[in-house]
Design a protein around this ligand. Structure first.
Ligand code: PRP
Ligand code: URA
Length: 208
């Protein structure tokens, strides 16, 4: 399935501003929303179309329209919501799943604290969003859970990925394509992506 790096110049420019520790919470949040529009454009590029008959003010025509059931965005809380907002701007009729997970700072294991999703996941494309793919423990756990609840057609979108996370993720879920704005150098000894951008949730919400 593989990994797509979305190397659009606007994405790369905005990502550089987000990485800088001088960037404020307000700017970080706005930039993440802006980048999410561009990532959404890429991850939905091959959605299938059908046609429907409409009347323009001039005449009747067969016009393209999205085929199939409405897609689902699954946000991995908290930081996933920073990507979710922009995606919903582009696909406002999408359904939303929330997967509440946090990384235990000692073990780096993902701990689940919340899950709510549409009941008919098996019939829908599910696009999982979380800005950071570090060890991939959170992403793997989120997708395990969504599959357990019936999802079969999934994609994963993040902003930054570590090579270690990509390796683990693609082994665990080889059927799930990954879209990322960048692949960084490595994880540090605390499991943070370097050079990275720090803690995405803290930077997005001004916590620390
Ligand atoms: C961050 C991030 C991912 C996870 C990535 O969330 O948003 O969910 O870490 O790390 P991993 O690939 O090693 O699992 P965090 O646990 O800090 O929670 P938060 O979004 O609530 O801040
Ligand atoms: N989660 C983050 O928010 N940042 C990292 O660098 C790794 C995990």
């Amino acid at each position: 399935m593989g990994v797509t790096v979305v190397d659009h110049p606007l994405v790369q420019h905005k990502l550089t501003i987000m990485r800088s520790k001088e960037t404020s919470t307000a700017s970080f949040r706005r930039l993440l929303r802006e980048i999410s529009l561009l990532l959404c454009y890429e991850v939905t590029r091959d959605l299938e179309l059908t046609t429907r008959t409409i009347d323009t003010p001039m005449q009747e025509m067969e016009a393209p329209t999205l085929e199939g059931k409405k897609l689902v965005f699954a946000s991995v809380l908290r930081a996933g919501n920073g990507l979710l907002d922009g995606m919903l701007d582009l696909v406002p009729a999408a359904r939303v799943a929330h997967v509440g997970l946090y990384r235990d700072h000692e073990t780096l294991e993902a701990v689940e604290y919340f899950f709510k999703a549409p009941s008919d996941l098996e019939n829908r494309l599910v696009i999982v969003v979380d800005p950071m793919l570090a060890t991939a423990n959170s992403a793997v756990a989120a997708i395990d859970k969504l599959k357990e609840r019936g999802a079969t057609n999934l994609r994963f979108v993040c902003l930054l990925a570590a090579p270690e996370g990509i390796e683990r993720f693609t082994k665990a879920h080889p059927d799930v394509p990954v879209f990322t704005a960048a692949i960084d150098e490595k994880l540090n000894e605390l499991g943070y992506i370097v050079p990275g951008l720090g803690d995405a949730g803290d930077r997005l919400y001004g916590t620390k």
